[in-house]
Design a binder for this molecule. Sequence first.
Ligand SMILES: [Zn+2]
Length: 73
Amino acid sequence: MDDLEAGGVVCWGLEWGLDDCQHIVPLNDMRPHDRTETCWCRPVADDDGLVVIWAHNSADGREDFETGRRKPS
Ligand SMILES: [Zn+2]
């Protein structure tokens, strides 16, 4: 009920997809995400050498950190 009361703090879920890839998906997003690389949000692959992590994009563009996209490579 009060999932959004955190004042804009985004919670991200790390879940396994069906193909041995992990998916970082925004919780409580405006639209539900598929745990696939063909999700509507056009997730970005982040390969850390062990598994491929798909960083999903939230419907309202709030992802700015914690998605792994700013990880130094
Ligand atoms: Zn998605």
